[in-house]
Design a protein around this ligand. Structure first.
Ligand SMILES: O=C(O)COP(=O)(O)O
Ligand SMILES: [Mg+2]
Length: 233
């Protein structure tokens, strides 16, 4: 069996519940351009394709979204988010222990997110997650975003691994499609921000709990049963 030794993670809605701070930044920016605030569920439904799309969708939901207004609102959003990205944002329960378990097995880990690089790095540092990742790859103006496979491929290149030997863990149809296009196995965290139907075929694994032993087995290629015991089915 080929041993998988590289796991790449999505950030928003996968490792961290970041929507409340994204909502606050969105509503701050909307307020500055004379628009009403949006509730959390609506903002969650706009997450997944990067902050530009989040802002554009927020403007469409509250009126029109001409390009100059999108740019102005994005500037307001990013200025606020720069200093308010971890007011409410926290890792999901079990995430830190899970990352620690993989680290102790010497598994290489990377992060590939559509969030811009600067806040992605700031959040990982503030929440003590940065040390787990050899590469933190965020959105950059000159690089296509997920679901284009380019960022995930770039992450594999930076980690020095073949896509076929890696696993991507994410929360969205965008992530699933990205992994499929990059030829990377995919595990879906079902408690994040899954806003659109999943493409077929199904993810290699779906999980709702970071303590799920199937997830650890999926990432380590270790059996879920204890040595000396037969696995049930
Ligand atoms: O910025 C977004 O829209 C989503 O970010 P993610 O790729 O970490 O889920
Ligand atoms: Mg996500």
């Amino acid at each position: 069996m080929t041993r998988t030794n590289t796991i790449i993670f999505d950030l928003d809605g996968t490792l961290i519940h970041s929507a409340p701070d994204l909502q606050a930044a969105t509503n701050h920016a909307l307020g500055l351009v004379g628009r009403p605030p949006l509730d959390l569920g609506t903002v969650v439904s706009f997450i997944g394709n990067g902050v530009e799309k989040l802002v554009a969708r927020a403007l469409v939901a509250t009126g029109s979204a001409p390009p100059e207004l999108q740019q102005e609102t994005l500037v307001h959003f990013l200025a606020y988010y720069e200093t308010h990205s971890v007011d409410l944002t926290r890792p999901y329960p079990g995430v830190v222990a899970f990352l620690e378990g993989l680290k102790q097995r010497g598994i290489i880990m990377g992060l590939c997110t559509n969030k811009p690089t600067a806040p992605a790095r700031d959040i990982c540092a503030a929440l003590d997650l940065a040390g787990y990742f050899d590469v933190i790859l965020g959105a950059e103006p000159d690089r296509a975003k997920k679901p284009d496979p380019a960022p995930l491929q770039a992450c594999c290149d930076m980690l020095g691994v073949e896509a076929s030997g890696a696993v991507y863990i994410g929360d969205s149809a965008v992530d699933h499609l990205t992994a499929a296009r990059a030829g990377i196995k995919f595990g879906l965290f079902t408690e994040g921000y899954l806003n659109t139907p999943l493409p077929v075929p199904d993810p290699d694994l779906k999980f709702s709990d970071w303590d799920d032993p199937r997830l650890f087995a999926f990432c380590t290629q270790e059996p879920t049963h204890k040595p000396g015991h037969s696995p049930v089915n």
